[in-house]
Design a protein. Structure first.
Length: 349
């Protein structure tokens, strides 16, 4: 007999509820099944998740992987109790990156960690993840729910996502980027999932709470700032397939200033005309609340542009029309020039 066995404690008494974890898996199984697509091989519950690339239609695939979180937007979701859309943000942050490489997102896995598992709260988050996956055309095939007493304060949790996509060999982006290419911007849905540390600070300085009326639109401030990140996968893949797309840049932390150069070759810069779109009200309010200079807001927030395509000039009109038909608002931002970095003309208004 193990010494002291009669005085031992159970896993549950140590703060880990295995039954709650099992209940969560059962609850989210229907949401995961709703994301099944060609290539999916097994449901939740195994030690590993399987995916068949050949069944997904690939002959000579190259895999592309991305991982991300939602930053301190998670703090806002927890504090307001509005948990139904933060999972969409998580998916979007990963799959919008994948498509910039020219890859189709295939499957997604999530990581949810908390001190004490609340099945309803966790299920709301993961059902949001499943909804994001369904909209992006990728399958939610697995994940990890970790209950870790003593690691998180009551009600807190952490969230991360992992996406894998594929493309046929030789189809990687960026490719063929050159001076003369046209820049097409796709409108964002708001702040997306970057810049929430300064957002939270600016809200505090303004003396506002998440339940207060939003200064720029109807509803509460918290609800407005929790607008989920826009998913660009399906229209972006259609544009790539149509031909003429040389690069895509997901506008995340660092804004246009930092993200556009990531897809430009040596000796090529971007010239952006700021007069081609109106600064959405949320960014105008943030700029006024913080007294932010134009250069600072352009490298902190997306400023209304969530994705940028660099396209062949003779394909710009057709690609714009296709993207608009798919529901995107397209802005002709400017073009690529000889040089380096991003230069701006005009002012944000």
């Amino acid at each position: 007999m193990v010494k002291g066995a009669g005085e031992g404690i159970t896993y549950s008494q140590a703060g880990v509820d295995i039954d709650a974890g099992n209940a969560l898996v059962e609850r989210i199984k229907p949401a995961a099944r709703a994301t099944e697509r060609a290539g999916t091989m097994a449901g939740l519950g195994g030690f590993g998740a399987l995916f068949d690339l050949r069944a997904a239609g690939y002959d000579d695939p190259v895999l592309v992987a991305a991982t991300d979180g939602v930053g301190t937007k998670l703090r806002l979701a927890i504090d307001t109790g509005q948990l139904d859309t933060i999972g969409i943000d998580l998916v979007a942050m990963c799959v919008n990156d994948l498509v910039c490489q020219g890859a189709e997102p295939l499957f997604f896995l999530d990581y949810f960690a908390t001190g004490k598992l609340d099945v309803d709260s966790a299920a709301r988050v993961i059902e949001g993840i499943a909804l994001g996956c369904a909209r992006a055309g990728c399958a939610l095939i697995g994940g990890e729910t970790a209950e870790m007493p003593g690691m998180y304060q009551a009600g807190d949790f952490d969230l991360a996502g992992f996406a894998v996509g594929a493309m046929e060999r030789g189809a990687a982006l960026p490719s063929g980027v050159a001076a003369g290419d046209v820049l097409l911007g796709l409108a964002s849905s708001g702040v997306h999932s970057n810049g929430y540390s300064p957002v939270r600070r600016l809200v505090e300085l303004a003396g506002l709470g998440w339940g207060d009326p939003c200064p720029w639109e109807d509803g509460t401030l918290g609800a407005a700032l929790l607008t989920p990140t826009r998913l660009y996968v399906r229209p972006a893949l259609a544009a790539i397939k149509a031909g003429g797309v040389h690069a895509l840049a997901h506008v995340t932390g660092g804004g246009l200033t930092e993200n556009l150069p990531r897809v430009l070759p040596e000796g090529v810069g971007a010239e952006v005309d700021l007069s081609t779109w109106d600064l959405p009200p949320v960014f105008g309010w943030l700029a006024r609340a913080g007294g932010l200079a134009q250069a600072e807001i352009l490298k902190t927030f997306n400023c209304g542009i969530g994705m940028v395509l660099a396209v062949a000039p003779d394909r710009a009109g057709a690609l714009s029309a296709g993207l608009e038909a798919a529901g995107e608002r397209v802005i002709a931002l400017g073009g690529l020039v000889e040089g380096q970095g991003v230069s701006y003309r005009g002012t944000l208004a």
